[in-house]
Design a protein around this ligand. Structure first.
Ligand code: ADP
Length: 197
């Protein structure tokens, strides 16, 4: 089956909703490139780049990194692509990022196609994140330094304040599909695919 040249999917949902895992699978099955801003930023921190040193305190505190930094990263990432077949995981996270992304995608002739919103109740989210932090520590890795209960709660607050408005933004454009994020990975994945039909 030939894939259309351009396809843009944006995964919305609070921290701990499972966006990364689901996006990974969708990317593999539909020949899309997953762009996870969390991964890109953590990679800078690990490599100790100038940017990494600048943003580490923000990541550790569960705060957002400034919009202009994110927008420059995404602009670079999209610049060298031929067809734009991407899934964004963790971007956009603010209205300014969403507006800038629309400008970029317009320039590239690749408008947004789908915006699944993974919905999971708050308490379950904190539980999942703290568990992820525990398992990482137990397996000997240092894990993500932002996976503690305190920082997880901060990340939920930031989501409510900064990212929740994007639900209306994409809802108004007819792209948003609410997906129940409670259940097995397979169940949730099937719901995501159904929402994209
Ligand atoms: P989460 O599990 O909280 O969804 P991510 O891996 O997506 O985590 O992001 C981790 C951290 O990276 C965020 O708490 C924030 O500090 C930073 N970050 C990631 N994406 C963005 C973005 N689009 N805008 C601003 N900051 C971001």
């Amino acid at each position: 089956m030939t894939q259309p040249k351009n396809k843009v999917v944006i995964f919305l949902g609070p921290p701990g909703a499972g966006k990364g895992t689901q996006a990974e699978r969708l990317a593999a099955e539909q020949d899309l490139v997953k762009i996870s801003t969390g991964d890109i930023l953590r990679d800078h921190v690990q490599r100790g780049t100038d940017l990494g040193q600048q943003i580490k305190p923000m990541l550790d505190a569960g705060q957002l990194v400034p919009d202009d930094i994110l927008i420059a990263l995404i602009r670079d990432r999209l610049a060298d692509m031929e067809g734009v077949r991407v899934i964004f995981d963790g971007f956009p996270r603010t209205r300014a990022q969403a507006e800038e992304l629309d400008v970029l995608l317009e320039e590239l002739g690749a408008p947004v196609n789908h915006v699944p919103l993974l919905e999971v109740p708050d308490e379950l989210l904190i539980e999942r994140i703290v568990e992820r932090g525990r398992q990482a520590t137990a397996s000997g890795g240092s894990g993500r330094s932002d996976d503690t209960e305190e920082v997880a709660r901060k990340r939920q607050d930031v989501f409510r304040e900064q990212t929740q408005p994007l639900i209306d933004y994409y809802g108004a454009r007819g792209h948003l599909k609410r997906v129940d994020g409670v259940g097995s990975m397979d169940e949730v994945y099937t719901r995501i695919l159904d929402g994209m039909k």
